[in-house]
Write a protein that binds this ligand. Structure first.
Ligand code: NAP
Length: 248
């Protein structure tokens, strides 16, 4: 059976859980070799054990530009070009208004979500094959003013913007860059957002025309589309995967 990513090398940041884990699993199923990054070795060991020998786990903190340089050195040592880069690492912290947000909270979110995404791309683009594909994980939060999440919202708008600039800057290398913007998706991050409250979850679900939160595998399907040749004429775009939440 042929897969959409047969023989390709992909790098997926934050690939041990949630959306990144689902992306890595789908990429392997579609024939790719996948470098998965995350900040905890035990979680990396689990993913490598579960997804098999085509996965390489690399310990990495995506919020640290120096650590991203070490990631680049590790990927360079593989001796083959990167076909697909999925810059997926991102987080939010407990909701705070703009007035109450501390400098530390600001940095915890922005250093991973935007600085991390920016330098992940910067360090790895030189290792990419001409004609490759970059997928950045943004969020529907890029487009709304969800109170209490100003830094997260703004960093995701910045990530979405980055897909546009990369599209312009990488045109001579025919590298396509796109953003995927999930809506509420059942991961640890979502559980932290609802704080395990059924009432909060139901309030979120009430805003989603499809009538439920998304599954990481559903976001992974969209990432696969953008990563593969199936999206060969899609560049600088944003693929929203939110059950219609932001459209109504
Ligand atoms: N879930 C949603 O509803 C939703 C909606 C819109 C957008 N997103 C975006 O989707 C992306 C993935 O979110 P998720 O919900 O799938 O997250 P998740 O299930 O909470 O998984 C988080 C992943 O990030 C890794 N990670 C944590 N800190 C890291 C760091 N400094 N460097 C590299 N990796 C790190 C974690 O590794 P460890 O397990 O080792 O800590 C884990 O693999 C994020 O960019 C998020 O903003 C999520």
């Amino acid at each position: 059976m042929t897969g959409l990513l047969d023989g390709r090398l992909a790098v997926v940041t934050a690939g041990t859980a949630g959306i990144g884990r689902a992306v890595a699993a789908r990429f392997v199923a579609e024939g790719a070799d996948v470098v998965v990054t995350a900040p905890r070795q035990d979680e990396l060991d689990v993913v490598v054990a579960e997804l098999g020998p085509r996965v390489t786990g690399v310990l990495n903190d995506a919020s640290d530009p120096d650590d991203l340089e070490r990631l680049a050195a590790t990927v360079r040592a593989l001796g083959r070009p990167v076909d697909v880069l999925v810059a997926n690492a991102g987080r939010d912290v407990a909701a705070t208004t703009v007035v109450d947000t501390t400098v530390d909270q600001f940095h915890r979110v922005s250093d991973l979500n935007f600085r991390g995404t920016f330098f992940t791309v910067q360090r790895l683009v030189p290792l990419m094959r001409d004609g490759g594909s970059i997928v950045l994980t943004a969020s529907i939060a890029a487009h709304n003013g969800g109170p209490g999440h100003a830094v997260y919202n703004a960093t995701k708008a910045a990530v979405r913007s980055l897909a546009r600039t990369l599209t312009a800057e990488l045109r001579d290398r025919r590298i396509r860059a796109n953003a995927v913007s999930p809506g509420p998706t059942r991961t640890a991050t979502f559980d932290a957002f609802t704080e395990g409250s059924d009432d909060v979850e139901q309030a979120v679900v009430a805003q989603i025309p499809v009538g439920r939160v998304g599954r990481p595998e559903e976001v992974a399907a969209a990432v696969l589309f953008l990563a593969s040749d199936e999206s060969s004429f899609v560049a600088g775009a944003e693929l929203v995967v939110d059950g219609g939440m932001s459209q109504v």
